[in-house]
Design a protein. Structure first.
Length: 147
């Protein structure tokens, strides 16, 4: 029982902890000074959304922890997400940020196909994440075009 609880906590909270660490190296204040596309949220929304996303994505990885290929893809996607934060906020390279999100979307589609076969909760969670990635792609492209 204790082993299962430790495993659950590890898988669920690892993305959040890594996301917090990534955000410590990001200049998110720059968001206030750029021209944003229509429907861009205020900056305080992002930490709330990402906290929720990281936790549910961590839960999805827990539900599929025995699928080593899916977990490898999941953590590659997560690493790209952390890199995106630095590329977008610190380097202000909006085009590269947009391209990174497109790469994440491709990986996400592969994960959706895999999760549909192995775990309905992971599949549903990743649909939510895919929708967020599409929105993030729109925002990134909009920021690139407008700035």
């Amino acid at each position: 029982m204790v082993i299962y609880m430790i495993s659950f906590l590890f898988y669920t909270f690892t993305p959040l902890v890594l996301g917090i660490i990534s955000s410590l190296f990001s200049n998110t204040e720059m968001y206030k000074g750029i021209i944003k596309p229509p429907a861009a949220p205020p900056s305080f929304i992002f930490p709330i959304v990402w906290t929720i996303l990281y936790l549910i994505l961590g839960y999805a990885s827990y539900k599929t922890k025995d699928d080593k290929k899916s977990n490898k893809l999941f953590y590659i996607n997560l690493a790209i997400s952390y890199i995106w934060t630095i590329v977008f906020f610190n380097l202000s390279n909006y085009l590269q940020g947009f391209i990174l999100i497109l790469v994440m979307l491709v990986i996400e589609v592969i994960l959706l196909i895999r999760y549909k076969k192995s775990s309905l909760p992971a599949f549903i969670i990743n649909i939510i994440y895919s929708i967020w990635l599409l929105y993030a792609a729109y925002l990134s492209l909009g920021v690139y075009i407008l700035n």
